[in-house]
Design a protein around this ligand. Structure first.
Ligand SMILES: [Zn+2]
Length: 346
Protein backbone atom coordinates (compact mmCIF):
# COMPACT_ATOMS: atom_id res chain seq x y z
CA UNK A 1 0.00 0.00 0.00
CA UNK A 2 1.14 3.55 -0.59
CA UNK A 3 2.06 5.12 2.75
CA UNK A 4 2.35 8.90 2.99
CA UNK A 5 4.53 10.26 5.78
CA UNK A 6 6.51 13.34 6.73
CA UNK A 7 9.59 13.85 8.92
CA UNK A 8 8.23 17.21 10.08
CA UNK A 9 5.87 15.62 12.62
CA UNK A 10 8.74 15.51 15.14
CA UNK A 11 8.57 19.33 15.44
CA UNK A 12 5.37 18.92 17.49
CA UNK A 13 6.55 17.78 20.92
CA UNK A 14 3.98 18.55 23.60
CA UNK A 15 5.79 17.88 26.87
CA UNK A 16 2.85 17.92 29.25
CA UNK A 17 -0.84 17.42 29.58
CA UNK A 18 -3.38 17.29 32.43
CA UNK A 19 -4.96 14.19 33.81
CA UNK A 20 -7.02 13.85 36.98
CA UNK A 21 -5.94 17.32 38.01
CA UNK A 22 -2.22 16.67 37.67
CA UNK A 23 0.35 17.72 35.11
CA UNK A 24 1.63 14.54 33.47
CA UNK A 25 3.78 13.54 30.49
CA UNK A 26 2.00 13.90 27.15
CA UNK A 27 1.61 10.56 25.37
CA UNK A 28 1.69 12.00 21.87
CA UNK A 29 5.41 11.38 21.44
CA UNK A 30 7.16 11.63 18.06
CA UNK A 31 8.29 8.00 18.49
CA UNK A 32 4.69 6.95 17.81
CA UNK A 33 4.97 7.84 14.14
CA UNK A 34 8.63 6.79 13.86
CA UNK A 35 7.85 3.31 15.18
CA UNK A 36 4.89 2.90 12.80
CA UNK A 37 7.01 3.95 9.84
CA UNK A 38 9.73 1.44 10.73
CA UNK A 39 7.19 -1.40 10.87
CA UNK A 40 5.62 -0.44 7.57
CA UNK A 41 9.08 -0.43 6.02
CA UNK A 42 9.59 -4.03 7.24
CA UNK A 43 6.30 -4.99 5.59
CA UNK A 44 7.45 -3.58 2.24
CA UNK A 45 4.89 -0.80 1.88
CA UNK A 46 5.77 2.05 -0.50
CA UNK A 47 6.87 4.92 1.78
CA UNK A 48 6.22 8.21 -0.01
CA UNK A 49 6.32 11.97 0.50
CA UNK A 50 3.21 14.04 -0.18
CA UNK A 51 2.95 16.87 -2.69
CA UNK A 52 1.88 20.20 -1.16
CA UNK A 53 -1.86 20.77 -1.58
CA UNK A 54 -2.09 24.25 -0.07
CA UNK A 55 -4.58 25.60 2.49
CA UNK A 56 -7.84 25.04 0.54
CA UNK A 57 -8.58 21.42 1.61
CA UNK A 58 -8.09 22.43 5.26
CA UNK A 59 -10.22 25.56 4.86
CA UNK A 60 -12.99 23.36 3.42
CA UNK A 61 -13.49 21.95 6.94
CA UNK A 62 -12.18 24.51 9.43
CA UNK A 63 -13.26 28.13 10.01
CA UNK A 64 -11.00 31.09 9.14
CA UNK A 65 -10.90 32.37 12.74
CA UNK A 66 -9.88 28.93 14.07
CA UNK A 67 -7.11 28.58 11.48
CA UNK A 68 -5.90 32.08 12.30
CA UNK A 69 -5.88 31.16 15.99
CA UNK A 70 -3.85 27.99 15.39
CA UNK A 71 -1.34 29.84 13.26
CA UNK A 72 -0.70 32.69 15.69
CA UNK A 73 -1.62 31.33 19.13
CA UNK A 74 1.84 30.32 20.27
CA UNK A 75 3.48 33.66 19.45
CA UNK A 76 0.67 35.60 21.15
CA UNK A 77 0.74 33.34 24.19
CA UNK A 78 4.49 33.75 24.64
CA UNK A 79 4.02 37.51 24.92
CA UNK A 80 2.27 36.96 28.27
CA UNK A 81 4.80 37.45 31.03
CA UNK A 82 5.52 34.15 32.76
CA UNK A 83 3.36 32.13 30.38
CA UNK A 84 3.95 28.40 29.92
CA UNK A 85 6.00 27.16 26.97
CA UNK A 86 2.90 25.69 25.26
CA UNK A 87 -0.56 27.25 24.95
CA UNK A 88 -2.92 25.77 27.56
CA UNK A 89 -6.51 27.02 27.72
CA UNK A 90 -7.88 27.43 31.22
CA UNK A 91 -11.05 29.51 30.92
CA UNK A 92 -13.96 28.41 28.74
CA UNK A 93 -17.20 29.87 27.36
CA UNK A 94 -20.36 29.12 29.32
CA UNK A 95 -22.92 26.78 27.70
CA UNK A 96 -26.13 28.41 26.53
CA UNK A 97 -24.87 32.01 26.67
CA UNK A 98 -24.30 34.39 23.78
CA UNK A 99 -20.63 35.22 23.58
CA UNK A 100 -18.59 37.84 21.79
CA UNK A 101 -15.57 36.43 20.01
CA UNK A 102 -12.66 37.12 22.37
CA UNK A 103 -9.73 39.34 21.42
CA UNK A 104 -7.28 38.17 24.06
CA UNK A 105 -5.25 35.05 23.36
CA UNK A 106 -6.35 33.66 26.73
CA UNK A 107 -9.98 34.00 25.66
CA UNK A 108 -9.32 32.68 22.18
CA UNK A 109 -7.54 29.62 23.60
CA UNK A 110 -10.59 28.76 25.69
CA UNK A 111 -12.92 29.50 22.78
CA UNK A 112 -11.09 27.24 20.33
CA UNK A 113 -9.98 24.38 22.58
CA UNK A 114 -12.52 22.06 24.22
CA UNK A 115 -10.08 20.60 26.75
CA UNK A 116 -6.54 21.03 28.11
CA UNK A 117 -5.24 17.99 26.22
CA UNK A 118 -3.97 19.68 23.06
CA UNK A 119 -1.11 22.00 24.00
CA UNK A 120 0.06 24.23 21.16
CA UNK A 121 3.82 24.66 20.77
CA UNK A 122 5.98 26.72 18.46
CA UNK A 123 5.70 24.31 15.53
CA UNK A 124 2.27 22.81 16.18
CA UNK A 125 0.46 24.78 13.48
CA UNK A 126 2.97 23.91 10.76
CA UNK A 127 3.09 20.26 11.80
CA UNK A 128 -0.71 19.94 12.01
CA UNK A 129 -1.06 21.45 8.52
CA UNK A 130 1.61 19.05 7.25
CA UNK A 131 -0.23 16.13 8.88
CA UNK A 132 -3.50 17.14 7.21
CA UNK A 133 -1.68 17.44 3.90
CA UNK A 134 -0.80 13.73 4.13
CA UNK A 135 -4.49 12.86 4.39
CA UNK A 136 -5.23 15.10 1.40
CA UNK A 137 -2.50 13.37 -0.61
CA UNK A 138 -3.93 9.94 0.22
CA UNK A 139 -7.39 11.12 -0.87
CA UNK A 140 -6.01 12.61 -4.09
CA UNK A 141 -4.29 9.32 -4.91
CA UNK A 142 -7.49 7.35 -4.28
CA UNK A 143 -9.43 9.77 -6.47
CA UNK A 144 -6.73 9.14 -9.06
CA UNK A 145 -7.50 5.42 -9.07
CA UNK A 146 -5.43 3.98 -6.21
CA UNK A 147 -7.48 1.29 -4.42
CA UNK A 148 -6.28 2.40 -0.99
CA UNK A 149 -3.72 4.70 0.62
CA UNK A 150 -2.60 5.30 4.20
CA UNK A 151 -1.66 8.66 5.73
CA UNK A 152 0.66 8.46 8.74
CA UNK A 153 -0.81 11.55 10.37
CA UNK A 154 0.62 12.99 13.57
CA UNK A 155 -0.93 14.89 15.26
CA UNK A 156 -4.19 12.95 15.03
CA UNK A 157 -7.41 14.67 14.02
CA UNK A 158 -10.67 13.05 15.06
CA UNK A 159 -11.27 15.18 18.19
CA UNK A 160 -11.02 18.40 16.13
CA UNK A 161 -14.28 20.19 15.23
CA UNK A 162 -14.69 22.91 12.61
CA UNK A 163 -13.49 25.57 15.09
CA UNK A 164 -12.22 23.62 18.10
CA UNK A 165 -9.27 21.41 18.90
CA UNK A 166 -8.73 19.06 21.82
CA UNK A 167 -7.53 15.59 22.73
CA UNK A 168 -4.16 16.05 20.98
CA UNK A 169 -6.01 16.99 17.75
CA UNK A 170 -5.96 20.31 15.87
CA UNK A 171 -7.03 19.69 12.27
CA UNK A 172 -9.42 16.85 11.47
CA UNK A 173 -7.34 14.89 8.97
CA UNK A 174 -10.00 12.24 8.34
CA UNK A 175 -12.75 14.81 7.79
CA UNK A 176 -10.48 16.75 5.43
CA UNK A 177 -9.85 13.52 3.48
CA UNK A 178 -13.59 12.74 3.39
CA UNK A 179 -14.40 16.23 2.10
CA UNK A 180 -11.72 15.84 -0.54
CA UNK A 181 -13.22 12.49 -1.63
CA UNK A 182 -16.64 14.16 -1.87
CA UNK A 183 -15.34 16.12 -4.85
CA UNK A 184 -15.32 12.85 -6.78
CA UNK A 185 -17.73 10.54 -4.89
CA UNK A 186 -21.37 11.35 -4.05
CA UNK A 187 -21.48 9.41 -0.77
CA UNK A 188 -18.49 8.93 1.53
CA UNK A 189 -18.44 6.83 4.70
CA UNK A 190 -16.09 7.69 7.56
CA UNK A 191 -15.56 4.86 10.04
CA UNK A 192 -13.61 5.46 13.24
CA UNK A 193 -12.10 2.49 15.11
CA UNK A 194 -10.08 4.52 17.64
CA UNK A 195 -10.90 3.57 21.24
CA UNK A 196 -12.17 7.12 21.82
CA UNK A 197 -15.30 8.40 20.15
CA UNK A 198 -14.52 10.65 17.15
CA UNK A 199 -16.46 13.58 18.57
CA UNK A 200 -14.91 16.12 16.20
CA UNK A 201 -15.74 14.07 13.13
CA UNK A 202 -19.29 13.55 14.38
CA UNK A 203 -19.67 17.27 14.99
CA UNK A 204 -18.41 18.19 11.53
CA UNK A 205 -20.81 15.91 9.65
CA UNK A 206 -23.74 15.76 12.11
CA UNK A 207 -26.14 17.69 9.88
CA UNK A 208 -25.07 16.16 6.56
CA UNK A 209 -26.44 13.18 4.66
CA UNK A 210 -23.59 12.88 2.14
CA UNK A 211 -20.99 11.72 4.68
CA UNK A 212 -21.99 8.83 6.93
CA UNK A 213 -20.11 8.74 10.23
CA UNK A 214 -19.72 5.44 12.08
CA UNK A 215 -17.71 5.20 15.32
CA UNK A 216 -16.70 2.16 17.40
CA UNK A 217 -15.32 3.11 20.81
CA UNK A 218 -15.42 2.50 24.52
CA UNK A 219 -18.71 3.73 25.99
CA UNK A 220 -18.25 7.42 26.89
CA UNK A 221 -20.47 7.07 29.95
CA UNK A 222 -17.28 6.80 32.00
CA UNK A 223 -14.60 7.51 29.39
CA UNK A 224 -13.18 10.26 27.19
CA UNK A 225 -14.72 12.25 25.49
CA UNK A 226 -17.65 11.92 28.00
CA UNK A 227 -20.02 14.35 26.22
CA UNK A 228 -20.53 12.50 22.93
CA UNK A 229 -20.45 9.01 21.48
CA UNK A 230 -23.72 7.64 22.82
CA UNK A 231 -25.92 5.38 20.70
CA UNK A 232 -28.84 7.82 20.71
CA UNK A 233 -26.81 10.47 18.81
CA UNK A 234 -28.03 9.79 15.26
CA UNK A 235 -27.57 13.10 13.46
CA UNK A 236 -29.78 16.16 13.01
CA UNK A 237 -31.80 17.69 10.17
CA UNK A 238 -30.69 16.24 6.85
CA UNK A 239 -28.09 14.29 8.78
CA UNK A 240 -30.62 12.38 10.90
CA UNK A 241 -29.82 8.69 10.52
CA UNK A 242 -26.35 9.33 9.07
CA UNK A 243 -24.47 9.10 12.36
CA UNK A 244 -24.00 5.69 13.96
CA UNK A 245 -22.32 5.30 17.33
CA UNK A 246 -21.46 1.77 18.47
CA UNK A 247 -20.21 2.13 22.06
CA UNK A 248 -18.62 -0.95 23.63
CA UNK A 249 -18.29 -1.81 27.32
CA UNK A 250 -14.96 -1.30 29.06
CA UNK A 251 -12.53 -4.10 28.27
CA UNK A 252 -14.49 -5.55 25.33
CA UNK A 253 -12.28 -7.76 23.12
CA UNK A 254 -12.08 -8.95 19.54
CA UNK A 255 -15.42 -10.76 19.43
CA UNK A 256 -17.47 -7.76 20.58
CA UNK A 257 -15.44 -5.31 18.50
CA UNK A 258 -15.76 -7.35 15.31
CA UNK A 259 -19.49 -7.81 15.89
CA UNK A 260 -19.89 -4.03 16.16
CA UNK A 261 -17.72 -3.60 13.08
CA UNK A 262 -20.05 -5.94 11.23
CA UNK A 263 -22.99 -3.69 12.16
CA UNK A 264 -21.03 -0.64 11.03
CA UNK A 265 -20.14 -2.25 7.72
CA UNK A 266 -23.78 -3.24 7.16
CA UNK A 267 -24.79 0.42 7.61
CA UNK A 268 -22.06 1.52 5.19
CA UNK A 269 -23.38 -1.00 2.66
CA UNK A 270 -26.97 0.23 3.07
CA UNK A 271 -25.74 3.81 2.66
CA UNK A 272 -24.28 2.75 -0.71
CA UNK A 273 -21.02 4.50 0.07
CA UNK A 274 -18.81 5.11 -2.94
CA UNK A 275 -15.64 5.72 -0.93
CA UNK A 276 -14.38 5.09 2.59
CA UNK A 277 -12.21 6.90 5.11
CA UNK A 278 -10.93 4.94 8.10
CA UNK A 279 -9.89 6.77 11.26
CA UNK A 280 -7.33 4.14 12.22
CA UNK A 281 -6.63 4.64 15.89
CA UNK A 282 -5.10 1.55 17.47
CA UNK A 283 -5.52 2.52 21.13
CA UNK A 284 -8.25 -0.13 21.44
CA UNK A 285 -5.34 -2.60 21.77
CA UNK A 286 -5.26 -4.63 24.99
CA UNK A 287 -1.85 -3.22 25.99
CA UNK A 288 -2.62 0.45 25.34
CA UNK A 289 -2.22 2.70 28.39
CA UNK A 290 -5.61 4.30 27.71
CA UNK A 291 -7.18 1.09 29.13
CA UNK A 292 -10.31 1.21 27.03
CA UNK A 293 -10.78 -2.06 25.16
CA UNK A 294 -8.86 -5.31 24.62
CA UNK A 295 -8.45 -5.78 20.90
CA UNK A 296 -5.52 -8.08 19.98
CA UNK A 297 -2.96 -7.85 17.17
CA UNK A 298 -4.95 -10.45 15.25
CA UNK A 299 -8.06 -8.40 15.96
CA UNK A 300 -6.52 -5.48 14.09
CA UNK A 301 -5.65 -7.80 11.19
CA UNK A 302 -9.29 -8.89 11.05
CA UNK A 303 -10.50 -5.28 11.29
CA UNK A 304 -8.35 -4.44 8.26
CA UNK A 305 -9.62 -7.47 6.37
CA UNK A 306 -13.28 -6.65 7.11
CA UNK A 307 -12.87 -3.05 5.95
CA UNK A 308 -11.18 -4.23 2.75
CA UNK A 309 -14.14 -6.55 2.11
CA UNK A 310 -16.31 -3.44 1.62
CA UNK A 311 -14.40 -3.12 -1.67
CA UNK A 312 -14.45 0.66 -1.63
CA UNK A 313 -11.74 3.15 -2.58
CA UNK A 314 -10.26 3.69 0.88
CA UNK A 315 -8.18 6.32 2.66
CA UNK A 316 -6.77 5.14 6.00
CA UNK A 317 -5.75 7.91 8.39
CA UNK A 318 -3.71 7.40 11.56
CA UNK A 319 -5.36 8.45 14.82
CA UNK A 320 -4.45 7.36 18.40
CA UNK A 321 -2.31 4.57 19.87
CA UNK A 322 0.06 5.21 22.78
CA UNK A 323 1.95 2.04 23.73
CA UNK A 324 5.35 2.48 22.11
CA UNK A 325 5.96 -1.29 22.17
CA UNK A 326 2.75 -2.26 20.39
CA UNK A 327 1.49 0.67 18.29
CA UNK A 328 3.58 -0.21 15.24
CA UNK A 329 2.52 -3.85 15.12
CA UNK A 330 -1.14 -2.87 15.58
CA UNK A 331 -1.04 -0.55 12.56
CA UNK A 332 1.02 -3.00 10.50
CA UNK A 333 -1.46 -5.77 11.34
CA UNK A 334 -4.41 -3.66 10.22
CA UNK A 335 -2.78 -2.68 6.93
CA UNK A 336 -1.60 -6.27 6.29
CA UNK A 337 -5.11 -7.52 7.01
CA UNK A 338 -6.48 -4.97 4.59
CA UNK A 339 -4.21 -6.48 1.94
CA UNK A 340 -5.09 -10.07 2.88
CA UNK A 341 -1.75 -10.96 4.45
CA UNK A 342 0.10 -11.09 7.78
CA UNK A 343 2.54 -8.50 9.08
CA UNK A 344 6.21 -9.37 9.52
CA UNK A 345 6.61 -6.54 12.05
CA UNK A 346 7.42 -7.69 15.58
ZN1 LIG B 1 -7.84 7.59 20.89
Amino acid sequence: MKVFHSPHHAGHRPAQTFRHGRIVTNRDLPARADNILAALRVDGHALLDAAPHGPKPIAAIHTPEYLDFLEHAWREWRKIEGASEDVFPYIFPVRGMDHAYPVSIVGRAGYHMHDCWAPIGEHTWAVAADSANLAVEAAVRVIGGEAAAYALCRPSGHHAFTDMGGGNCFLNNAAIAAEQLRRRFARVALIDVDVHHGNGSQGIFYRRDDVLFVSLHRDPIDYHPYFAGHAHERGEGRGLGFNLNLPLPKGAGDIAFLAALEAGCARIGAFQAEALVVSLGVDAHEADPTEGLKVTFDGFRRIGARLAALKLPTVLVQEGGYNMDTIARCVASALAGFEGRETKAA
